[in-house]
Design a protein around this ligand. Structure first.
Ligand code: NAD
Ligand code: USQ
Length: 407
């Protein structure tokens, strides 16, 4: 297949590009290096030293004799997006090319607007380019589990049957996202749903949980093929941050009570899910939605898992509760359905099987690159940034150590 990977220089995009290229697909990547620029703006960087996209593609060619084509430009510029689709004419589009950070979108009005313009307009351009050039192609769009928020009912996969005043319909599941970033994904979902309904496009919205891990078979071939690993407050997820904090000897930054629960999956499973979606396209023009995660954990569970994993390699870890800079429920019901991908054959990997080997040891390998100032949380949901560290608050430890929720 001709596979176009939008955001192909990113954390997930680059390993996905190599994976599909390795399996004989014709792969092109699109990126404007926005993620690298945002790090420069924030004074932060990936822990793993990542090569430039051109160096990566060159190394890939040298190692495998396979070619990955690149298109450098901004999806939110119509002329560029239009030209890429007219030229490459993909069978499948894997769309990772957005700003992925909740905290970044909450810094200021400019950051919220930038995130909306970039994500929502970029995706609109992709939909129009599909309509005009490849109306039979399949869009595989990365959404997020955070679109749903944390409602006090089970979360379905995108759609819910509702009976109201004696009549029934299958309707989009209600969304209560937790940041301006997460809202962009909700707006994208509505635009995609509309384009499917009106133009007959085929699309799968992958509502993905938090991804962890740095290693894939292709990444492991050579250090020039490494993908990024972020641990700063904007782009680092809690689990990445905890692993780096453990190695750096900084108390783990658990926000608030720590019972905030989210879905998680290994980077290898992200790629597996994208491949399963690609090889099994939707049969009709109702936007298909998969909830893409394999296990759920509270952030407190994660802190204890990291502490225990670090202890196995002789690293002692302290866990601290920080005043929560976000506005979110710290205790809540969480039970999202996630059977669609399992029904297609997903074989999940589990966090505790892989954390020590693949993440903490990589962090140890690159520990000289840790920027301690990047770890301190400053961005507050209620407004702007506080220049000082958010104070550590005293909390009772849990009565017994929690066991991960798992499935
Ligand atoms: P990333 O920032 O590493 O990758 C996104 C890439 O897209 C970057 O290289 C960036 O430069 C590029 N990009 C952004 N805007 C662009 C534009 N207008 N034109 C061209 N290129 C552009 O992020 P990631 O962690 O790889 O996430 C990929 C996607 O998956 C994102 O849409 C994100 O919201 C979603 N997602 C990620 C996670 C996760 O835990 N990493 C979880 C759920 C959903
Ligand atoms: N948290 C801490 N300590 C930290 C950082 C975060 O306790 O140092 C808490 C947050 O308050 C939150 C939870 O951990 O309750 C998850 O936060 P996160 O930063 O790990 O992840 P999040 O902001 O939800 O965003 C990440 C990705 C995003 C993706 C999303 C999937 O950055 O691209 O969309 O996970 S989901 O969470 O399902 O919406």
């Amino acid at each position: 297949m001709r596979v176009l990977i939008l955001g192909g220089d990113g954390y997930l995009g680059w390993p996905t590009a190599m994976y599909f290229s390795n399996r004989g697909h014709e792969v092109a990547v699109v990126d404007n290096f926005l993620r690298r620029q945002m790090h420069m703006e924030r004074g932060t960087d990936s822990l793993t030293p990542i090569a430039s996209l051109h160096q990566r593609i060159q190394a890939w060619k040298e190692i495998t004799d396979k070619t990955i084509t690149s298109y450098i430009g901004d999806l939110s510029q119509w002329e560029f997006t239009n030209q890429v689709f007219a030229e490459f004419r993909p069978d499948a589009i894997v769309h990772y090319g957005e700003i992925p950070s909740a905290p970044y979108s909450m810094i200021s009005v400019q950051h919220a607007v930038q995130t909306h313009q970039n994500n929502v307009i970029g995706t609109l351009h992709v939909l129009f380019a599909m309509r005009d050039h490849v109306p039979n192609a399949h869009l595989i769009k990365l959404g997020t589990m955070g679109e749903y928020g944390t409602p006090n009912i089970d979360i379905e996969e995108g759609w819910i049957e509702i009976e109201h005043n004696g009549r029934k319909d299958l309707l989009p599941f209600p969304k209560q996202p937790g940041s301006f970033y997460h809202l962009t994904k909700v707006h994208d979902s509505h635009n995609i749903m509309f384009a499917c309904r009106v133009w007959g496009l085929k699309a799968t919205d992958l509502n993905q949980g938090v991804v962890y891990g740095i290693e894939t078979d292709e990444v492991n071939m050579d250090d020039r093929l490494l993908t990024r690993f972020d641990y700063d407050e904007s782009f680092g997820t809690a689990l990445n941050r905890f692993c780096v904090q453990a190695v750096a000897g900084i108390p783990l930054t658990l926000f608030g009570k720590g019972d905030q629960t989210r879905g998680y999956l290994n980077i290898r499973d992200t790629i597996q899910c994208v491949e399963l979606a690609m090889l099994n396209p939707p049969k009709d023009n109702r936007m298909r939605v998969f909830n893409q995660f394999t296990e759920s954990f509270s952030v407190r569970d994660l802190a204890y898992i990291v502490r225990d994993a670090a202890a196995k390699i002789g690293i002692e870890v302290e866990i601290a509760h920080y005043e929560n800079p976000r506005v979110e429920m710290e205790e809540h019901y969480y039970n999202p359905t996630h059977t669609n991908l399992l029904d297609l054959g997903l074989k999940p990997r589990y966090l505790q099987e892989s954390l020590v080997e693949s993440v903490i040891q990589r962090v140890v390998q690159f520990k000289d690159r840790i920027i301690p100032d990047a770890i301190v949380p400053r961005i507050r949901w209620k407004g702007g940034e506080q220049p000082n560290k958010v104070g550590i608050i005293e909390m009772e430890p849990p009565a017994s150590e929690p066991t991960p929720a798992g499935d």
